[in-house]
Every structure is written in C-alpha cells, then in structure tokens.
Design a protein around this ligand. Structure first.
Ligand code: 93A
Length: 491
C-alpha cells in the first residue's frame, strides 16, 4: 500500500509504521516528517519527488500540487498514472486560541494539511485517513488483518471532517480573541462525546462532551474510583469553578451544584475541617474541591467521611495510597486553569452561550455606602463571602465568619427567604458573621433579617431603585454595607 504522511505531531508514528511495515509499498512524506522516519529502513520518499519542488515560501506551500491531489482524489486505480495513495496520515499545525500574537496565529493556520486531509477523507472508498495518534493502535490491527473494511475507512473519514471543522472553529475563536472582534457566528463543533451511564436521572441518556484543547473538569484525569456520573461532573465543575475564585488555600464542599461549606485557611487540613463542619449534615456524600496539592495529612483527615468526588490540582503519592483505600471515592486531578471560552447550556429548540462569570473583586473596588465602615478583618470576610455567594445558585445569601461560611441560603425564589435560610442554617454562629447577597436587595426586609441574626457587615451589588431605603435601614441599625457594583447571578 502507498502511504502519504504529513504530520506536525509525530507521536507514535514510527512505532505504528514498524507494526504495519509488511503492508507498505512506499511512503511519501513532507520534509520534517521524512526526516523523522529516515532511519526506519522504509521505502521512503519526499513529497517533493511528486510535486517537483522543495517547500516554497518557508514551508507555506509543501504539498499543494495537482499531481499529488490526483493521487488522493482518484476514483479507481486505472485513472491516470500518478502515485495513488491508500493510507494518508496527517495532523495539523497546532493552532491554539491561547497564542499571544496575531502573527503566530497566522503562521499556524494550516492550509495544505487541511486540504490533503479533506481530499483523502472524501475518497474514503479508496483511502484510509488517520488524523490522530490515538487511532494508530486500532489502525495497525485493522491493516494487519489484511482487509480494511469500508465502514472503518468511513468512520475515520468522518472523524477527519469533524477535526477539520473543529480546527476552523478554533481559528475563528482565536482571531476573535486576539483582535477583540466579535465573531459573526460562533460554531461550537468538534466536541467529542462520551456516553455516560445515564443523565441526571436513570431514565435519561447522558453524554459528556470534551473539547480540544481541553481544560478543566471535562478533561480531568481520574486517579481512583467508580465511573463519574452526570451529576458528579456537574457538581465537580461547580466545585472547581468556586475553588478557582480563591488564590489562598481553600476547600469547597459542594452539594447539588451549590456550596454547603467553604473555608479558607493557610493550613489546608484546617480548611477542610472548617468547610466540612460548616454544615456536616449537607456535606455527607459531597463533592470536594481543594485548590492545593492533597497531602497525606489531608487524605487522612478525610478518611472518616463519605465523599463522592475529590478534585485537586495534584496529590502526594502517600495521599493517593490512602485515598485509594476508598474504592468508590472518585479522585480527579484537574488542570488548574480557567477555561475562558464561552459557556453553553441548552434550552428547548436551541442553546444559550455566554462568557464565563468572574466573581473576583478586590477591596479597592468596594464602595462603602453607609456612615459606618468595617474593620480590615471584616472586609476580608466580606470578600470571602462574596466569592461564595457568586457560586451559589440564585437567589443566594451567604453568611460567613473568620473565612468560613456559617450559613448558605441558595436557590430561593425570594431573596428574603434566602436570608432567612442562611440565618437558620447559621443558628448561633450568625452572631458576628457578615452577609453577602448575589444581587441587590429589592426591599429592606433582608436587612431586618440580618440585624436580628446579629450580622455585622453586608456586601451586595447595589443598584435597586430602593437602595436609599436599604442604606437608611443599615444606618439606623449601625450595620456597615458595601456595594460591589457587580451582580453575580447564577441560575
Ligand atoms: O503551510 S502549509 O499549509 N502548506 C502546505 O502545503 C502543507 N502541506 C502539509 N502546511 C502544510 N502541511 C503541514 O505540514 C501538515 O498539516 C503538517 O502539520 C506539517 C508537516 O510538515 P513536516 O512534515 O515538514 O514537519
């Protein structure tokens, strides 16, 4: 069989060719690929032998030549006398939306690789096209079986098309980002779907789609435990997003997509104990995010508790040994990096997309609106509570004291009810706590709830037509209040 190979990512290629060498008549390769294969003892040639030219324009034109394309698009073997390819292996320049300059992006827009891949994919009746090193193992088995079924060629062609489409979608997004130009159309394609056991409930089918380049929970590495469920992934993502709000060591205990306890402490073990004890009843069966490497001490501290999922940027080996003793505990290692791309959720008949929410504000952007201000320590509690309220389902009210949540009232249809729930959850601990609200107070009633719970300072976006009344009530009650000027709904 005749092979055409032009790959940027050369991973696994030589091993693959060694496995199938018995089926190779000739290999044509572009210059860099040729160099990487020179020592394998194959019947190897450069594509320039077909095109009659070396790379032009510093490599911008390598393979774009009619004779080479006739060798890809032939209908049957009697058409023309050019070399006809049976297997095409290609992968593209690594265009990334994170590239820092427009020049770098432009140089990484692959033209020839895309074209030859499309041509080979179109001709799946005659050609097997491989666009990903992860397919080499299966492809070697198929080739060595002596018969490449058409269905296999078609599936690899379909994959090639979707990879090319995804590549172009990435170029669209990259150019939009680097130049600040809103894209006229945003194409969210090329996500790889994986079937989950079921969806939110057992009678619903569920899938996880990961994108490439992959970050975050969808692309996490599972180091222990059972298969992740749809709800595990949702909760893990909420826990991850919440943990990303914190630079200092913090532990997030997440239940049903809302935090039940959050704590910040330089001692990560102490942070875990505080976050768990913030609401031990809810913490049972929770998903926990830790924004530091999990140490042996921390794993030992977790031992007595039932935890569904644990996620962190990394784990000590000894910590893993301990965690692996719990067979069912899903342990995820997550690339600890924000995903800045659009967030998508579906509605009947379509889907919505938005840029991700960023809760973080610093003390200097807080606006004191009451006569009395709060001391430095209290301001730290306010900023802490703000991060948590931003990641709790709306309407949400969070009480916190000493960098630990004391009461969380979330997912309510009325704000004052959210405040009542936070107060009830906090119980005696509400005295001396601060209160955060994810959106403005439409009435002063929540301030009354706060006052009777013993709240000592309030943080909220501001912006209600009744702000004056709300501020007046705080002044009457002597409670300092700060506006963030920013709303953090999470529906
Ligand atoms: O600049 S290109 O778009 N022009 C081409 O004609 C061309 N042909 C293949 N880039 C082109 N390629 C790409 O070169 C392939 O997609 C592959 O990623 C890369 C392999 O080059 P080399 O074998 O020289 O490392």
């Amino acid at each position: 069989m005749n092979f055409l190979i032009s790959v940027y990512d050369k991973t696994g290629l030589a091993e693959f060719l060694k496995k199938v060498r018995g089926h190779i008549d000739v290999v044509y390769a572009t210059s860099g690929t040729y160099r990487s294969l020179k020592d394998l003892g194959l019947n190897l040639h450069e594509t320039s032998e077909i095109t009659g030219f070396d790379d032009l324009l510093g490599g911008r034109v390598k393979t774009l030549h009619p004779v080479l394309y006739a060798g890809l698009l032939y209908r049957d073997r009697n058409e023309g006398n050019q070399v006809k390819f049976d297997v095409v292996i290609s992968n593209l320049y690594p265009f990334s939306v994170d590239m820092k300059t427009e020049d770098e992006m432009i140089e990484n827009i692959d033209i020839g690789g895309v074209s030859l891949t499309r041509a080979a994919a179109k001709n799946y009746r005659n050609i097997l096209v491989l666009t990903s090193p992860e397919d080499y193992a299966t492809a070697a088995d198929v080739i060595n079986s002596g018969n490449i079924p058409e269905d296999y060629r078609k599936r690899m062609a379909m994959k090639a098309f979707i990879r090319m489409a995804e590549y172009d979608a990435r170029i669209n997004e990259g150019l939009s980002r680097i130049s600040g130009l809103a894209s006229d159309s945003y194409v969210a394609i090329g996500y790889n779907g994986e079937k989950l056991r079921y969806g939110e409930n057992p009678d619903q089918a569920g899938y996880l789609f990961t994108s490439d380049p992959s970050v975050g929970v969808a692309a996490s590495e599972k180091l222990n435990g059972k298969e992740l469920s749809y709800n595990n992934i949702l909760d893990a993502d909420s826990a991850f997003e919440t943990a990303l709000e914190f630079d200092d060591p913090a532990v997030i205990v997440m239940k049903h997509n809302t935090p039940s306890g959050v704590a910040q402490d330089n001692d990560i073990v102490a942070a875990f104990r505080k976050a768990w004890d913030a609401d031990p009843e809810s913490a049972y069966g929770s998903v926990i995010a830790v924004n530091r490497k999990v140490t042996e001490d921390l794993a030992a501290a977790m031992k007595p508790y039932f935890i569904e999922v644990l996620l962190a940027p990394d784990y000590d080996e000894k910590a893993l040994d301990l965690l692996r003793k719990k067979k069912n505990l899903r342990v995820l290692k997550v690339r600890w990096q924000r995903d800045d791309r659009l967030r998508i959720r579906s509605v009947s008949g379509g889907f919505l997309a938005q840029t991700p929410m960023r809760a973080s504000i610093d003390a200097s952007s807080l606006r004191l609106v009451t006569e009395k201000g709060a001391d430095e320590k209290t301001v730290q509690d306010l900023l802490f509570a703000w991060k948590v309220v931003a990641r709790s389902r709306s309407n949400s009210i969070v009480f916190a004291k000493d960098l630990v949540t004391t009461g969380i009232g979330a997912g309510q249809t009325s704000r004052v009810e959210a405040a009542r729930i936070a107060a009830q959850r906090a119980g005696d601990r509400s005295r001396g706590s601060v209160m955060a609200s994810d959106a403005f107070f439409p009435f002063p009633d929540s301030i009354d709830v706060a006052a009777s719970a013993g709240i000592k300072a309030i943080i909220q976006p501001g912006g209600s037509i009744r702000d004056d009344e709300v501020i007046k009530r705080c002044n009457e009650l002597g409670i300092p209040m700060y506006f963030t000027g920013k709303r953090v709904f999470l529906h």
